[in-house]
Design a protein around this ligand. Structure first.
Ligand SMILES: O=C(O)C(=O)CO
Length: 384
C-alpha cells in the first residue's frame, strides 16, 4: 500500500494542509478533547499522515497510532482507541462486539462493504466515510477504468516491451474503442462518471442497474442506449466489447456476480474491467476464461483478497493488467480525505454530528448533536 504515496505531489499536498490550518484556526475556540485516541489500521498511514491537518490543535501525535490488520484485535483491546480508521479491512461483528472502547469508525475511503454497519449500530458506534462525488473519488475511479480499457485495447504492456526489445515498429496493435459497445455494470457515481466520459468517444454505451426503476440518469439520456436490470446481465454483456464492473458490492446480493456463466456469456475476446470490489468476481473462473481466450483481457484494480497473492494465476497471464486498488487513491483524494477526516474528528470531539454518517445508533456510546446542515445525501447513491 505504501506504493500509493510516491505519487502524491508534495507541494500541492503541503499547500492544502497549510490552507486547512488557516481554516481550522477559526475553530480554535473548540479545542479537541486531548484524550480522544485514534487508531489508523494500516502502516501506510504513517507515510501519508492524514492527521497532519490536526497539527495546530490541542491534538498531539501520541493520541494517534497505526497498526497492521494482523495486530488490530490486540491493539483494540490493549490501547482502547475511541476512533478506528480502517483501510478496507474486514471490520465484522466478531470484532465490533468486542471493541468496547470504539465510538466512531471513520473509513478512509468511500466503499463501506468491509464494515458490518448493522453490528456497529447495534453496539452504539457511529460509522462514517469519505464522500464519493463532488470532491470525492468517483471521477478518478472512472478515469482509471478508462486507463485499463485503453491499455488493454492497445496491449500497452506488450507494446512497451517491444520498444525495449528494439522493435519491430509500426506493426498493428490491438483494437480501437470507436464504434464499440461498452456495458457499464452499476450506474452509481462511478458508473455515471464513466458513462459521461465515454459519451464523447463515439461508443455505444449500455448499462446494467440494480434498481432499474431509477431508469437512465437524466444527464445521460443521450449517452446511454439502454439500461438493463441485473436479471438481464448476461444478455447485456453478450453484446458488449467492454464490460466494466462499477457496481456496489454487497456480499449477500452480488458476491461473484461475474462467475463462469457470466464470462461464458460475454462476447468472445471482449475486455473485462473491475474497479469496484474483488468479491464481485470469481477469480478462478476469470483466469480460466482468460486462458482460453473467451475473455480477451482483464483490467483489475481490486481482488477478493488484497494484497493479491503474487502466485495468483491471474498474474501469470499476459492479457491481465492488475493495479493495487489504486483507482481512487490519488493525491487529490488523499488531500480531501485528510481534510474531511480532520473536520469530522473535530466535530466528533465537540459532540457534533459527523458529516457523511451512514448510521444513527439508537443508543450511541457518544451522543452527537444534529447540526442541521449536513450534506451527507451526496454519498448515498454510490454504485447503484
Ligand atoms: O474509496 C474507495 O472505496 C475505493 O475503493 C477507492 O478505490
Amino acid at each position: 500500500m505504501s506504493s500509493f504515496f510516491p505519487c502524491i505531489r508534495p507541494i500541492r499536498f503541503l499547500a492544502s494542509i497549510k490552507q486547512y490550518h488557516h481554516a481550522y484556526s477559526t475553530t480554535a475556540q473548540h479545542p479537541l478533547t486531548p484524550s480522544l485516541k485514534i487508531l489508523f489500521c494500516s502502516k501506510h498511514f504513517s507515510e501519508g499522515k492524514p492527521w497532519e491537518p490536526l497539527a495546530n490543535t490541542t491534538f498531539r501525535p501520541h493520541h494517534i497510532r497505526t497498526c497492521t490488520a494482523a495486530d488490530l484485535h490486540q491493539t483494540l483491546s490493549t490501547w482502547r482507541p475511541d476512533v478506528l480508521v480502517p483501510w478496507w479491512h474486514t471490520i465484522d461483528h466478531h470484532l465490533l462486539d468486542r471493541a468496547s472502547s470504539l465510538t466512531l469508525i471513520h473509513q478512509f475511503g468511500v466503499g463501506l462493504d468491509n464494515v458490518d454497519v448493522p453490528a456497529a449500530t447495534r453496539n452504539g458506534i457511529w460509522v462514517t466515510r469519505l464522500p464519493a462525488n463532488g470532491t470525492g473519488n468517483a471521477d478518478t475511479v472512472a478515469e482509471h477504468a478508462v486507463l485499463l480499457m485503453l491499455a488493454l485495447s492497445r496491449r500497452l504492456p506488450l507494446a512497451v516491451q517491444v520498444v525495449r526489445n528494439g522493435g519491430p515498429f509500426g506493426q498493428p496493435y490491438g483494437m480501437g474503442m470507436i464504434e464499440k459497445t461498452v456495458c457499464i455494470v452499476g450506474l452509481g457515481d462511478i458508473g455515471r462518471a464513466l458513462a459521461s466520459r465515454l459519451s464523447t468517444w463515439r461508443m455505444r454505451i449500455t448499462a446494467v442497474r440494480h434498481r432499474p426503476e431509477l431508469g437512465t440518469p437524466p444527464e445521460l439520456r443521450d449517452a446511454i442506449d439502454i439500461v438493463y436490470p441485473t436479471s438481464e446481465l448476461h444478455r447485456a454483456i453478450a453484446e458488449a466489447d467492454y464490460v466494466v464492473s462499477a457496481v456496489k458490492y454487497d456480499r449477500a446480493r452480488n458476491r461473484r456476480l461475474f462467475d463462469a456463466a457470466a464470462f461464458k456469456a460475454m462476447k468472445p475476446g471482449a475486455i473485462f474491467v473491475n474497479v469496484a470490489r474483488g468479491g464481485l468476481v470469481d477469480e478462478e473462473a476469470l483466469a480460466d476464461a482468460l486462458e482460453t481466450g473467451s475473455v480477451g483481457g482483464a483490467g483489475l484494480d481490486v481482488f477478493e483478497r488484497e494484497p493479491l497473492d503474487t502466485r495468483s494465476r491471474l498474474l501469470a497471464l499476459s492479457n491481465v493488467i492488475a493495479t493495487p486498488h489504486s483507482a481512487g487513491v490519488t493525491d487529490s483524494f488523499y488531500e480531501m480525505g485528510a481534510r474531511v477526516f480532520a473536520e469530522n474528528v473535530a466535530r466528533f470531539a465537540r459532540g457534533e454530528m459527523v458529516k457523511y454518517a451512514v448510521n444513527r445508533p439508537e443508543t450511541p456510546r457518544k451522543a452527537l448533536r444534529e447540526m442541521g446542515e449536513e450534506d451527507d445525501a451526496v454519498v448515498l447513491s454510490i454504485n447503484d
